[in-house]
Write a protein that binds this ligand. Structure first.
Ligand code: PEP
Length: 252
């Protein structure tokens, strides 16, 4: 399975920064075409920077872009929300849903995440459904139980043709902290997730399971070559074209 290397730019940078970052990524990819043979590359800018990224990527369809969230609703009185159909109108092909920062700071429940993922699918986008335990939950030995419950609650009812959801395993304690899960823990959790997908998605073997949490060029090779790790969701290190593409290069 081709790996997916996804950059989550979060709420960072100005329009000028976004233009410079995407231009830098494109320039580097133009001189290093092998990267795109090894993996699919996705960037998820803030909503307002999506049109600038779309403009820059025009003519470079191998590079994909998406959003960091979408509304759980189709349209209507949801002030401040952005619907999945609006994102699709803007040519997004992926949407991150249920990131731990949204679960934590916006109080998003599994049911809300499932509604968002369903909206993404309905609008022909691939949802990247994030799951992961807190440090306290891991210390109490509850990591698998928590992730299992999140998977059960956050994956919407799928049609047989919906084989293209992506799961991102992101241990909350590893996000933006510089701490990464050990390769053994990642292998164990990704294997567990693959097993739990049975019965929840039409084709578990086709689902890409990404690892996220302080992935950087120094640890990417090891993490990305772990069994059942089908790519990475990268926050901090995706804000530099150099480190983002160094991670992508490690996906071989
Ligand atoms: C993330 O926010 O999805 C993430 C993995 O962040 P970081 O790489 O900075 O830990």
């Amino acid at each position: 399975m081709k790996k997916l290397i996804a950059g989550n730019w979060k709420m960072n940078g100005s329009m000028e920064n976004a233009r410079a970052l995407i231009a830098n990524i494109i320039n580097r990819l133009e001189t290093d075409e092998d990267v795109l043979k090894k993996c699919d590359i996705l960037v998820c800018p803030p909503f307002l920077h999506i049109p600038a990224v779309r403009h820059a990527i025009y003519g470079f369809p191998e590079l994909r872009f998406g959003a960091q969230d979408c509304s759980a609703y189709e349209n209507g009185a949801h002030t401040g929300d952005v619907s999945a159909s609006m994102l699709r109108d803007s040519s997004c092909s992926y949407v991150i849903v249920g990131h731990s920062e949204r679960r934590q700071y916006q109080g998003e429940s599994d049911a809300t995440v499932a509604q968002k993922a369903a909206q993404a699918l309905k609008n022909d986008m691939v949802p990247i459904i994030c799951v992961g335990e807190t440090e306290e939950e891991r210390e109490k030995g509850l990591a698998q139980e928590i992730v299992d419950a999140q998977l059960a609650g956050s994956i919407p009812a799928l049609e047989p043709f919906h084989d293209i959801v992506v799961i991102a395993y992101e241990p909350v304690w590893a996000i933006g902290t510089g701490k990464t899960a050990s390769v053994d823990d990642v292998a164990e959790m990704h294997g567990f997730i693959r097993e739990q997908l049975d019965g929840k998605v039409p084709a578990p073997e086709k689902v890409r399971i990404l690892y996220g949490g302080s992935m950087k060029p120094e640890n990417a090779g090891e993490l990305l070559s772990t069994e059942n790790v089908d790519g990475g969701l990268i926050g901090g290190a995706s804000l530099s074209a150099e480190s983002f593409l160094a991670i992508a290069r490690a996906a071989g």
